[in-house]
Design a binder for this molecule. Structure first.
Ligand SMILES: [Zn+2]
Length: 150
């Protein structure tokens, strides 16, 4: 999925998580979720975030380890150890997970247990094509409706 689609899905995930977890600082919580929702593409030198730290894209396969549940658990744990804050670690987890989940709907898919098991979960959406645009619009509309209803 493209950067903007990840942001839209991350924003939607953040709105649901805010409603469920009721953080005191909702804006900071929202920003942590949305930031984490863009993070797994750090493994692609062509992505918005990966172009800032190309070395990771050179060392790691795109949609390999960084798009796995193992990375989700590991980086969420590291985030918790760095911040000692369960709430914002949950925000990080929700955002990072949102990225992996929605990438699983693309033709390229993800390998949830990479590097232990390279079996891929794949969908039917071609990244950057018409169907993704429809998904993006749907996510934005859903997020706006959710925001208005909060
Ligand atoms: Zn991705």
């Amino acid at each position: 999925m493209m950067f903007k689609t990840h942001l839209a899905f991350g924003a939607l995930a953040a709105l649901f998580a805010i409603q469920y977890l009721n953080p005191r600082n909702q804006l900071l919580f929202f920003l942590v979720v949305v930031f984490a929702s863009s993070l797994p593409d750090i493994d692609s030198p062509e992505s918005k975030i990966g172009s800032k730290v190309k070395v990771i894209g050179w060392l790691f396969e795109h949609r390999g380890f960084f798009h796995s549940f193992i990375a989700l658990g590991l980086f969420s744990l590291l985030f918790f150890l760095a911040t000692k804050n369960e709430l914002y670690s949950a925000a990080f987890f929700a955002g990072y997970a949102s990225h992996i989940v929605i990438d699983a709907f693309t033709i390229e898919g993800i390998a949830p247990l990479h590097p232990v098991l390279k079996t891929r979960l794949k969908g039917f959406i071609r990244t950057g094509h018409f169907l993704e645009f429809i998904v993006f619009i749907g996510l934005v509309v859903f997020a706006v409706i959710k925001l208005v209803g909060m």
